[in-house]
Design a protein around this ligand. Structure first.
Ligand SMILES: Cc1cc2nc3c(=O)[nH]c(=O)nc-3n(C[C@H](O)[C@H](O)[C@H](O)COP(=O)(O)O)c2cc1C
Length: 199
């Protein structure tokens, strides 16, 4: 059986974003796992419009081709590691828009977060956890918070994230929780599919 696949979602889309640094760092640490495959899923690559469908695709198939492409990608993945910035104490609008552009494809899958900012995007991530519940996802207890002086050192002072051992450790712990839920929920979804075929 193929390994479960995790999408590392880059949730800031602006040209001069910091997001590439935490995305590359977490992708490198994630590669230590031999039981999961990881790929970067950059919201910027999908050119999603602002949501303009008649309903969520929980109810009505989306018309936008960009949305369909996004849904296909999300549907092909078994779990998510979202790299999250915090704008005005919230998730970025582009990430929220991307979350809204799928529904069934998120269902019954786990999600963990890597946040960065003054407080490691803790306020944005709490909102994202609530959104994840509505999307029928399982958010992990732990997230990675690149905060305060650590964030400033990498953002403005030329330090690298891998220089911070407590962040490397937090990343491994969070990915470990995500891995547990990914295996559990992938097996449960496969059982559901078998039961549905037999019915
Ligand atoms: C519109 C806007 C609002 C912001 N609000 C917050 C905030 O509420 N909390 C915070 O820690 N940083 C805030 N920041 C600073 C961001 O943490 C910082 O710009 C970071 O680089 C944003 O991520 P990005 O570069 O990947 O887009 C804000 C930045 C922008 C552009």
């Amino acid at each position: 059986m193929s390994k479960p696949k995790i999408g590392i979602i880059v949730g800031s889309t602006r040209d001069t974003r910091f997001a590439d640094k935490p995305a590359a760092w977490i992708a490198k640490i994630a590669k230590e796992r031999t039981d999961l495959d990881f790929e970067i899923v950059d919201v910027r690559d999908y050119n999603l419009p602002f949501f303009n469908e008649v309903a969520s695709n929980a109810w009505v198939p989306s018309k936008s081709e960009a949305a369909q492409k996004w849904q296909k990608k999300i549907g092909s993945l078994d779990g998510f590691l979202i790299v999250a910035a915090e704008y005005n104490r919230s998730p970025t609008a582009s990430l929220k828009n991307a979350l809204d552009h799928a529904y069934v494809e998120w269902n019954k899958k786990p999600v963990a977060f890597v946040g960065y900012g003054a407080v490691g995007a803790a306020r944005a991530i709490e909102q994202l956890r609530t959104i994840a519940v509505e999307l029928q996802m399982a958010p992990t207890r732990t997230a990675v918070h690149i905060a305060g002086a650590d964030f400033m050192a990498v953002w403005q002072q030329g330090k690298n994230l891998e220089d911070f051992e407590h962040l490397n450790q937090s990343a491994r712990d969070t990915i470990g929780q995500l891995a547990w839920w990914t295996h559990a929920l992938t097996a449960a979804r496969r059982n559901d599919a078998v039961a549905a075929q037999a019915a």
